[in-house]
Structures are given as C-alpha cells and as structure tokens.
Design a protein around this ligand. Structure first.
Ligand code: IPM
Ligand code: MG
Length: 355
C-alpha cells in the first residue's frame, strides 16, 4: 500500500460541487489503480454557507486545512454576496495567508479543432504561465477619499517586494530549465508602471544564474497580441499577479476554453491548492452541463505535486487521448453532460494498458 494523502476539498459555489464530484471520481479510480489513498475532508464554505451562518472561513477550519497535504477547490463566487467578499475571504485568504506564491497555469492545446486561432495546432500552443500570487494590486485594501462626491478619489496600490519578486522569478527559471525549449519570457508593463522596474532588475539578476535558459521580454499589451498572433513564441512566462490573472483567461481561450484550464497555487515550502481557473457560473449550477475537465486536470496537477507521478500522468494521458478522439464533440458547456465527461475520462483510463 502506498501513501495516504490528506486532502481538503472546498467545492464552493455554483458549478463547483458538480465539477469537483467528477474530479473525485477520477481520483477514486487512480487511487485504486496506483495503490495510494486519500483522506478527504470536505468543507462546506462558500456563499450559501455565508448566507446561512454569516461565516466565510472559520478560523478553526482554516487552521485544520493547514495541516492537510493539499487543497482541491471548485469555484467561489455568487451574485448574492457583495462583489469579491467570498472570493477574497476563501481563495484570497488561502493564497495570501498561506503564502502560495506561485500560480502555475499551463496552457496546452490538445487538438487543433478546439483552437479559435486560424492555422494553429497543438505544436503552437504549449506554454506555462507562472503568475505571482501574493502581491500586486490584490493585497492592499482600496482607499476611497470623499466617497460619493464629485471629488472622489479611489486608490489601491500595486506593490511588489524584492523577496516576492525574486522567489517567483526563480521558480520560473527552474521550471523553464525542465522543459525542452528552456525559454522564459518576462511579461510586465515596466514602461508605464515604473514600479515594475523591480521585475526588470530581478529578472536580469536571477537570469545570470541560468545561462542555459534563453530569456525574452514582452510588455503585457504586446504579450496579449503575440499570444493570439504567435502563441508558439511562448514556452514559460513569468508575470505579476494582475497581469497573470488576465493573460491566463486569454490563454484558456486559445487552448479551447475555460472547460480545460487548470491551475496550481503553490507554496513550494508548504501547502498548495489546485483548482480549475474558471469561475462558478451560477446560472449553470446544478444543471449537469459544466465541463469538469479543468477540475480533472487540477486533480492531475495535485497528484503530480504530491509525488503520485504515475497517477498524474495516467490522467493527463487519458484526457489528452480523449480530447483528440472523435468521441468528443467539443469542449463548450453542455455539449457533453458533466457526469458524462467524468465517465469518458474513466473509460479512457481503463482502456490504457496497465502501468
Ligand atoms: C482567478 C480568479 C480570481 C483572481 C478571483 C476569483 C479573485 O479570477 O483565480 O483567476 O482574480 O485571482
Ligand atoms: Mg482570473
């Protein structure tokens, strides 16, 4: 018998519970096949819980989660709560208080038919965005001066620390080194946001230690253009929190949509959290139409992180084969039912020769 991993499950709002359910079906299957176990603790937090109890993330539960080996999250967000309250109170608190400083977002096109870009195929769209996850415009509360008056001023600083910048850039260089192309692009807006000169300097300094990694630079506006025009130029890219948030939605689109894009919020020295990058789609909740492949991919990323490499690879292979096959009509929500997706991935895994 292999290891037992303790996993906190936060299915959250909207379509979160149904996509997580399919992710857990796949987890069940690989546990059995690869001989490891998970001890899962499910937490009910999200908008519904807040409406009922007034609590967002009770401290006792937050402390308990910190003792786990990983967190799997579905989605958070619901128009019945004030904008951002629950998102910041759950995802934000986990990311920031637990110093999950890398938001790793792979962008991989499985089949040319899912790509909205003309004449681009899987060989052109295969990159990883390393998004800084603890600083920037996310962490300081906004200040509103003279609120509601004609003279109102609203401000929320973009703040970067050398330590925060250096650790994420170093992570990105290490990652670039593990990939065949060994290329790392820095994406910033240092020409307008001069505070990002810190990124420019730290990238150059750390880069000296990685002569084997080819470096490149693009301003965020140009990077958006290049990702659409020449996505093949990107291998690994590192960027700030806010730009990383934005460009990874663009990235999700060129890989076939939010239905497949997964992410890891990593604290390489501590607890890490895995989630689809899509939101909670409240209107689709409970309809069994959401695509759970992103969550299934997040489960694979989680297993890879936990050292269950074979299980992670088995899920990756099954998803890749399935998405290339003609069984799949498309990735958009509703083309296959949520539970049908789970079943298709399971069948595909069962069809692969035993490892
Ligand atoms: C994401 C989301 C979050 C973010 C929201 C829900 C606060 O868009 O994980 O990409 O901005 O980071
Ligand atoms: Mg986002």
């Amino acid at each position: 018998m292999g290891k037992t991993h303790k996993i906190a499950i936060l299915a959250g709002d909207g379509i979160g519970p149904e996509v997580v359910r399919e992710g857990l079906r796949v987890l069940d299957a690989v546990e059995e096949r690869f001989g490891f176990a998970t001890e899962r603790v499910e937490y009910p937090f999200g908008t519904e819980y807040w409406l009922k109890t007034g609590e967002i993330f009770p401290d006792a539960a937050f402390a308990e989660v910190q003792e786990m080996d990983a967190v799997l999250l579905g989605a958070i967000g619901d128009p019945r709560a004030p904008v951002g309250l629950i998102e910041r109170g759950i995802i934000g608190r986990l990311r920031w208080d637990l110093d999950m400083y890398v938001n790793l977002r792979p962008i991989k096109l499985y089949d040319a038919r899912f790509c909205p870009l003309k004449d681009k195929g899987p060989e052109d769209v295969d990159m990883v965005i390393v998004r800084e996850n603890t600083e920037d415009a996310y962490v300081h509360p906004p200040v509103f001066h003279d609120q509601g008056t004609p003279d109102e001023v609203a401000e929320q600083p973009m703040r970067y620390t050398r330590k925060g910048t250096e650790r994420v850039i170093r992570y990105a260089f290490e990652l670039a080194r593990t990939r065949p192309r060994r290329q790392l692009t820095l994406i910033d807006k240092a020409n307008a946001v001069r505070a990002q000169d810190l990124y420019t300097r730290v990238f150059a300094e750390v880069g000296e230690e990685y002569p084997d990694v080819r470096t490149d630079h693009a301003y965020i506006d140009a990077a958006c253009m290049w990702m659409v025009k020449n996505p093949e130029w990107f291998d690994v890219a590192v960027t700030t929190n806010l730009f990383g948030d934005i460009i990874t939605d663009l990235g999700a689109m060129i890989q076939g949509g939010m239905g497949v894009a997964a992410s890891g919020n990593l604290n390489p020295e501590g607890l890490s959290l895995f989630e689809p990058i899509h939101g909670s789609m409240p209107k689709a909740a409970g309809k069994n139409t959401a695509n759970p492949v992103a969550t299934i991919n997040a489960v694979a990323m989680m297993l890879d992180h936990l050292g269950e490499k074979e299980a992670a690879a088995a899920i990756d292979c099954a998803v890749a084969e399935l998405l290339r096959s003609d069984r799949v009509r498309g990735l958009k929500a509703g083309l296959h039912a949520t539970d049908e997706w789970g079943s298709m991935v399971l069948e595909q895994m069962a069809a692969a020769p035993a490892a």
